[in-house]
Design a protein around this ligand. Structure first.
Ligand code: SF4
Length: 500
């Protein structure tokens, strides 16, 4: 594969450095070392990575950040957030400690380092994005700091050379009562080290009244060091984001990066509407698992999947509808390419690369030139779009079976996927006659998940809003998957749509 270096800028556009200065300049590119698990991201990365790594690493970090933000919307406690994030972090952004036996420490830390800086570029453009990015990055840093072993945490903090002034013993004695009151320590207990810092640097400690304040300084006990370090992290990141925002116009020099960054930031602007809308935590969304997952797909996508398996091919609109749906459930570009390549098993690599690879990448906004199209135009199709636009012609498998199939074929398809209850089929027939295609789809969903839905309602596990009428294929998948996992403890006797 052709390696494309992110640092390689068109020579015509390069700044020309005065040769007299150049001869004394430090070498710019040097291998970064990562002695610590944690990083304050003070030094930008300089080594070459491929464009694929550039985007994939950023997407992986974005998944983590989007989920962290979702945890905060759900009001999770730090412990709940840590438990929820553990598998996601292990999957997308692992970061092992020095004491682990991992042989990938350097690679993990490099990915963490680079992905932070890529997203910093993507999210520096507006005040709102900067604020959100800073908040979730701080949450991530705090989470990791809390997980660090005491030894590695202390070594990392020492390495930061922070200008915190230790409180001398006579001053400590002078304010002993005030210091003890804030730290909760009593006389005779082990001596605590104290540091003096400007109070603005530890706002959360001040807010929680966990520090003694005097003459604009906060007296912070050593046990609060993690809070201090985190506050320092945020302060530096905020400052760095401001600087990045000012430098952004110069990035236009490299027109390969701008569309990628634009795409990334759009996905962060609308975390509920795009890429990540129906990625279900815990679900294995990979090419080889699509067959298993397809039992949770709505009928339109089940039909596309069955057609693909039968013919080892789908026509243009079918590929578009299905690949955007799969993107929406969380299948990343790399896995999507594997999925489509292995599904089109009757053709050669050459034909696939020439005729189909581009469209898959296009659906992910990976190619195409028009940055306005990326993210927005390639969102998964809603039911309304599928029902109203591009009705399928002969040999095409896209569209909505409830609308575009005749009753006989629709009934046959429903029976093939395991829905043969007469009253349900009769209800679907009436819905179809009344042109209530959504209702038919929701009717089938309710039948297929009747036991789990009962449990969810009886036990108040899902709110009325979470159980409202489905109007998006990706929502169908998400709810089906969640309900199925809910139903695991339900004796497993629910009706299931058949897999393939
Ligand atoms: Fe798919 Fe929507 Fe039709 Fe259901 S109603 S089959 S989700 S297009």
């Amino acid at each position: 594969m052709l390696r494309q270096d992110i640092n390689r800028i068109d020579p015509k556009r390069r700044n020309v450095v005065d040769y007299r200065k150049k001869q004394f300049a430090e070498p710019t590119y040097k291998e970064t070392e990562y002695p610590h698990r944690l990083n304050f991201y003070e030094t930008p990365p300089t080594a070459d990575i491929t464009l694929e790594q550039f985007e994939q690493w950023a997407i992986d970090r974005l998944r983590v950040l989007a989920e962290l933000e979702a945890c905060s919307f759900r009001n999770y406690s730090p412990a709940e957030t840590a438990a929820h994030m553990k598998p996601l972090l292990e999957k997308y952004l692992p970061l092992d400690s020095n004491s682990s036996s991992s042989t990938k420490l350097s690679a993990e830390r490099q990915k963490d380092h680079y992905s932070h800086f890529i997203l910093r570029l993507a999210f520096a453009s507006t005040e709102d994005l900067r604020r959100r990015f800073s908040r979730v990055e701080t949450t991530l840093f705090r989470l990791r700091l809390a997980e660090d072993t005491a030894r590695e945490r202390n070594a990392f903090i020492q390495s930061l050379n922070l200008d915190w002034e230790p409180v001398a013993e006579d001053e400590r004695n002078k304010y002993f009562a005030e210091l003890s009151a804030t730290s909760g320590s009593r006389k005779g207990e082990e001596e605590t080290a104290w540091y003096k810092v400007d109070w603005e640097r530890v706002p959360d400690l001040v807010e929680a009244r966990r520090v003694f304040l005097r003459a604009g300084k906060a007296y912070v006990p050593s046990k609060e060091l993690p809070s201090m370090v985190t506050a320092e992290f945020t302060k530096r990141l905020d400052r760095a984001l401001e600087l990045t925002a000012r430098a952004l116009p110069r990035l236009d020099e490299d027109d390969r990066l701008t569309p990628i960054l634009d795409h990334l930031s759009k996905n962060f602007v609308t975390p509920d509407a795009g890429y990540f809308s129906s990625a279900v935590a815990g679900a294995e969304i990979t090419a080889r698992n699509i067959d298993n997952l397809s039992s949770h797909f709505p009928l339109c996508m089940q039909h596309l999947h069955r057609s693909l398996r039968r013919d080892a091919h789908l026509k243009h609109y079918g590929r578009l509808q299905y690949s955007l749906f799969l993107k929406g459930i969380g299948l990343n570009l790399e896995e999507s390419l594997i999925f489509w390549r292995t599904s089109f098993h009757k053709i050669t690599d050459d034909t696939f690369n020439k005729e189909y690879r581009y469209q898959v990448r296009y659906a992910y906004g990976d190619v195409g030139g028009d940055s306005n199209r990326r993210g927005g135009g390639s969102s998964p199709f809603s039911c309304q779009k599928i029902l109203m636009e591009h009705p399928p012609g002969p040999g095409e498998a896209h569209g909505c079976p409830y609308r575009h199939f005749n009753l006989e074929n629709l009934t046959s398809l429903l029976q093939q996927v395991g829905v043969s209850d007469r009253s349900v089929l009769q209800g679907v027939k009436e819905d179809k006659e009344n042109q209530k295609f959504h209702m038919a789809c929701n009717r089938v969903f309710e039948y297929v998940h009747k036991n789990e839905l009962k449990k969810a309602k009886d036990e108040g596990i899902m709110t009325a809003a979470e159980l409202e009428t489905i109007v998006h294929p990706n929502k169908y998948f998400e709810r089906s998957y969640l309900l199925k996992n809910l139903g695991k403890s339900n004796n497993g006797d629910d009706v299931k749509m058949e897999g393939f």
